[in-house]
Design a protein around this ligand. Sequence first.
Ligand code: GLN
Length: 198
Amino acid sequence: MSTTAKVGVLALQGDFREHCAALRRLGASASEVRTQAQLDGADALIIPGGESTSMAKLMDAYGLRAPLQAFARGGKPVWGTCAGLILMASRLEEDRPQPLGLMNLAVRRNGFGRQADSFEAGLSVCGVPGGPVRAVFIRAPLITETGPGVETLASLESGEPVAARQGTLLASAFHPELTGDSRMHRLFLDMIPSGGAS
Ligand code: GLN
């Protein structure tokens, strides 16, 4: 029997509540993270979608930048969705925000252009069984480069990578917490050594 891991969700801004709800639907333990002590108590972390500049400002104001980097570099799984992906990148095309530099990704914010600010796509995601995942993109970031060690897990039909993994780090340009389909959350839970859910 596997133990239940504690999954933290960075709760400074954005749709952290929806991620907590998706995790709990799977029987996982989810808790909101706003302090270093709460982060230290987590086995894995989700950085949600929202507004990456606001989230970065709050992260710095709360003194969480270095602890988040240490958490990820120590090998604890981290998953960034949308704005969370932006924060996990090593390089942004824009000057702001300053990302955490966790994954070998170059990213352009709002990279799908104005006409396509929001759209949906059916995605086949490597490691996710059961047919296409309905993916919701909201002013989504575009991954412009993937560096060494990064495996693309899903791409749009037009070829842009939209989900990627680098060891214990996962990133998606879309919002799996908004669709009621928990398979991306299952994929993340399966990356936690102590087991995501019983
Ligand atoms: N466009 C937002 C940003 O640059 C991200 C949008 C989202 O998380 N849905 O931060």
